[in-house]
Design a protein around this ligand. Sequence first.
Ligand code: DGT
Ligand code: CA
Ligand code: CA
Ligand code: ZN
Length: 581
Amino acid sequence: MDKKEIADVLDLIGTMLEIKGENPFKIRAYFAGARTLQGLEEDLGKLINEGRLGDIKGIGKALTEKIETLYVTGRLDFFDNLKSSVPDGLLELLEIPGLGGKKIKVLHDELEVDSIDSLTEACNRGKVAELKGFGQKTQEKILTGISNREAYSARHLWWKAREVSEQILMGLRTLAQVDRAEAAGSLRRGMETVGDLDFLVASANPLPIMKWFTSMEGVIEVTAKGETKSSVRLEDGMQADLRVVPVEQFYFALHHFTGSKDHNVRMRQKALSLGLSLSEWGLRPDKEKDASRNVGPIEADSEQAIFRELGLQYIPPALREGLGEVEAAETDSLPKLVELDDLCGCFHNHTTASDGRNTLEEMVADADARGWEYLGIADHSKSSFQANGLDEERLARQVEAIHQLNSSGQFKTYVFTGSEVDILSGGRLDFDDSVLETLDYVVASVHAGLTQDEATMTDRIVKALEHPRVTMLGHVSGRLLLRREASQLNIQKVIDAAIANNKVIELNANPMRLDMDWRHWRRAAERGLLCAINPDAHAIEHYDFQIAGIHAARKGWLTPEHILNTRSLDSVQQFLHSTNP
Ligand code: DGT
Ligand code: CA
Ligand code: CA
Ligand code: ZN
C-alpha cells in the first residue's frame, strides 16, 4: 500500500472507533496519524527501511507497527476485524456528506438507524432534526445527500455513455492546447454499463482545457475543479472526470485509468517481478528493491510500448478485467479477438410484419449497403401478439416474399427465411414442425413467463434446445440492463444442452440486452459452443448495435472461429443444411 492508501485506512479506523464509541484519545491518534502521513514529504519506504518512522511527531509506537504492516503486506488484521464488527449499513452512511463517525453513532444509538433506508425514513419523520447537534438544516442536507448519491451512483448503458463520450472527445480534440485525448475507464473496456466517464488529455497547458470542460454544454454541476483534474455532472445524471497529464505520462495514465483495478494490480505485480515499478506516472526501476540502480524512467509512446517493456503481448482494453489476460499475454496466448469487419451478416431481425419499423425491402437494402453477404429475417411468432407476431399464414406469405426477393437479384445480400419463435411454457414451440420445416432457420426465445423458478425455466429452455428445428437460442436470460433482472436460470445446463445438440446461442447485441452475458462466453466457446452476434434490429439503424455486440464478444475472448456470422454465405448455408436438413 502507498502512503495515501494507508492514510485512508487510518482515517477509517478512527471513524469506526468513533462509531463504536471508543476512547477519544485513541481515536484522535489515528486521525492525527492519517494527517501526518498525508503531509509527509519524505519517502515512506525509506523511513521504514531506516527505522525512523517512529521518530516522526504524531506517529506513536502502536501506529508505527500498523503502518509498517500495511506498507509491507497491504493488510492489517486489526483493521479487518474492526471492519467486520461494524455493520455494513453503518459504513454506507459515511458516503453521505456531513456524516462522520460521531453523528453516525448518535443516529444509531438514538434512532436505531442502521442503513440509508432507515436514515431516509427517520429524516422523513422529522426525527433527525430533533436530535441534539443535528437540527432542521442538517436533516435537509442529509436528505439532499441521499438523493444525490442515488443520482451519482446510477450506472448508464455503455451505448449511451459512448454517445456522450464521443461528443466530449470531439470537443476536447478541437482545443489547440490538447495534444491527445482519449476516453478511459469501463467505457474503453466495453463494459455493458458504465459508472462514470474518464477522460484523459495530454497537454502542457491544462488551464484552458479545465475551463472548457467545466463549462461545456450539458454540464449542470461542477463537482470538482482543480489544476489538472476536474469532475462534472451532466444533464442526464452521468458524471465525467477529466485528467490532464504531461505528454510523456499520457500512455501510462491511459493504461492506469482504463483499468480495471484487478488488471492494474496484476500489471504492477508483473512489473515488480522484473524489478520495475508501474504506476499512472510511469515505469521506472523499483528503487526499494535496488537502490543502486539510478536509472531514469522508461519512456512509452504508446500503450503497446508499455506491454512490450514488460515482455507482454499487447492486451486490448476489452480483456483488461484481471481474468487471466496478463498470464496469457506472458505466453503469447491471447486470442485474436473478433472485429466488426469480420461479420458477414446476422440472423435476428424484425420487419414491419411484426413490430419492426422498416419493411422487408428496407431492411435488406440497408444490409446490402453495409456490404453484408446475408441477412436473416426472424419476425415474432403468433403468441407474441403484443409484438404483432405472425401466424402461419402471414409467415408463409413472408417466406414467399423473401424467395421472390432472392430470385429478383435486386440486392446482393442473400436473405434467409426465419422466425423468432416463442418458447412456450414447458418448452413447446409456438409453431408446428410442419411450419418450422418451411424455414431456413429458427431463433427460439422466451418472451412470457420470465419469472418462473430456476428449474422450470432451465427445463423449458433445454427442451427447446433439444428440438430438431431450432437453430439458435435468442436473448437467453431475458435481462434488460438497469431495468429488468435476468430470469433465474442454470446457465451451465443451458450451455451444456446447446453444445450437446449442436445449437447456437445468440449474443444479442441490443445495448440493453447484451445477452448471453460476456462472462459466460470464454469457457462456453472453449467447450465448443457456437455464437451468433445478432442486433435484434427493429429498424435499420439498429444494425449499428453490432458494435456493442462485438465489444461484448471481445470481452468474452471470442475469435471469428467461435462466431457463426463471420462465416461466408456458402458455409452458413452448409451449416444450416447440416443442422436443419
Ligand atoms: P465505472 O466507472 O464504475 O464503470 O468503472 P471504471 O473501471 O471506469 O472505474 P473508475 O472510473 O472508478 O476508475 C477508472 C480506472 O482507474 C479503474 O478502472 C482503474 C483505475 N483506478 C481507479 N481507482 C483505482 C484504485 O484505487 N486502485 C487502482 N489500482 N486503480 C484504480
Ligand atoms: Ca469510470
Ligand atoms: Ca472515474
Ligand atoms: Zn425477442
